[in-house]
Write a protein that binds this ligand. Structure first.
Ligand code: EAX
Length: 377
């Protein structure tokens, strides 16, 4: 709501400034009343946009970002998305379990919408102990540390045919091994949350075939596998922190971006500046709940157990909320007027295959073989 009103106020200010240059009071009055009309129209559009967002069961939309002041331990947790998104829902689920297990002595203070910086910055802050927790996508992880470079395998296009196969891999040998790769980096990776299947949006035209992407500037995460994929598809990938994406799309410095339905709609309201969406589901994007190793080591053994158990319970709840949000977001975005293009997925799978042969991406062949042993069953 704040964004629309500010646009309306800019319109009103612009009109009244223009009127100030006018020769008569009448001109100023007319311009001012026109500006008022525009402002009222913008507010009603904003209200409509706000009311169009259907909240799903488990949403953190109405939760207080900060935990109760009565708790003696407050974990400061950052995310790049709004409290209406699925990451916040996962942190609230984690917080609820932790408060219950600790009888209210431990809680989580959530800092949404990139308040503590982008995911790469927050990973660094958690590793040095200046921030306690974060939920991040896999985007920044391969470049975070030498030990986590092999996470790049999870960013391959069309790696997981279904979310269920992703859960089987992430909750099994490969996923648990990768979580352990954070040991020694200053970050303890607790559990895999869900970001979702990443789809392409843009402001110019319907994109149905990979060739339609040619020459389009598409924002990707600062992730070399995702960038290589959009290069192979003929687009011009533009790495950018999530916090900058809305304004870059609004200003037209990029043509599009790629994210799951829930991140686009509930997490960042990108549908307000992206009229076209392609349901190409190129990447299954996991997310990871992390805590500072120093903070974790400073807890009692019992408190550490509560943190681990709360993360385990929150994981399943967060995935379920994200799945519901993905379905509802698609419905609401279609109702909002977004043109959602279906595609022939085999065509896109074929077009992105060269990424698997790109030796510069540091894909661990053994891990890929283990993953494909599950996904090709
Ligand atoms: O982690 O940067 C991104 O596109 C991520 O999907 C988003 O911030 C959630």
């Amino acid at each position: 709501m704040k964004k629309f009103i500010s646009l309306a106020l800019v319109a009103a200010m612009t009109a009244s400034l223009a009127a100030c240059g006018g020769s008569s009071t009448a001109t100023t009055t007319a311009a001012a009343s026109e500006a008022e009309t525009e402002s009222a129209a913008a507010e009603s559009t904003a209200a409509a946009a706000e009311t169009s967002m259907t909240m799903v069961e488990g949403s953190a939309a109405n939760e207080d970002p900060l935990g109760p002041s009565t708790a003696s331990i407050h974990f400061k947790a950052g995310i790049t998305n709004a409290m209406t998104g699925a990451y916040a829902a996962g942190l609230v689920a984690f917080r609820n379990h932790l408060e219950e297990m600790s009888d209210g002595d431990m809680t989580v203070d959530i800092y949404p919408s990139s308040a503590l910086g982008n995911e790469s910055d927050m990973l660094d802050a958690v590793s040095t102990g200046t921030q306690d927790m974060l939920v991040t996508s896999t985007g920044p992880i391969p470049a975070f540390a030498n030990a986590t470079a092999n996470w790049a395998v999870l960013d391959l296009p069309y790696l997981f045919p279904t979310a269920e196969t992703a859960y089987e891999v992430l909750d099994g040998e490969v996923g648990q091994f990768l979580l352990g790769e954070f040991d020694g980096t200053g970050v303890k990776a607790l559990a895999f949350f869900e970001n979702g299947y990443r789809c392409t949006t843009n402001s110019k035209k319907e994109i149905v075939h990979p060739d339609d992407l040619k020459g389009m500037k598409i924002r990707t995460m600062e992730n070399k596998v995702h960038m290589a994929t959009y290069t192979v598809l003929g687009a011009t990938p533009t790495a950018m922190a999530m916090g900058e994406v809305f304004s870059a799309l609004q200003q037209g410095t990029i043509d599009g971006q790629e994210n799951p339905f829930s991140i686009i709609y509930y997490g960042n309201k990108l549908h307000e500046v992206q009229p076209y969406m392609t349901e190409n589901n190129i990447f299954y994007s996991p997310a990871v709940l992390c805590i500072s190793q120093d903070v974790f080591d400073g807890l009692t053994e019992e408190q550490q157990g509560w943190v681990i158990e709360s993360a385990k319970l929150a994981k399943d709840e967060q995935r379920a909320v994200e799945q519901r949000m993905a379905v509802q977001a698609r419905k609401d975005m279609e109702a909002y007027g977004i043109i959602i293009s279906d595609i022939d997925q085999d065509e896109w799978i074929e077009a992105t295959k060269p990424v698997y042969d790109d030796g510069s991406l540091g894909i661990d062949a053994d891990l890929l073989a283990k993953i494909q042993a599950v996904t090709n069953k």
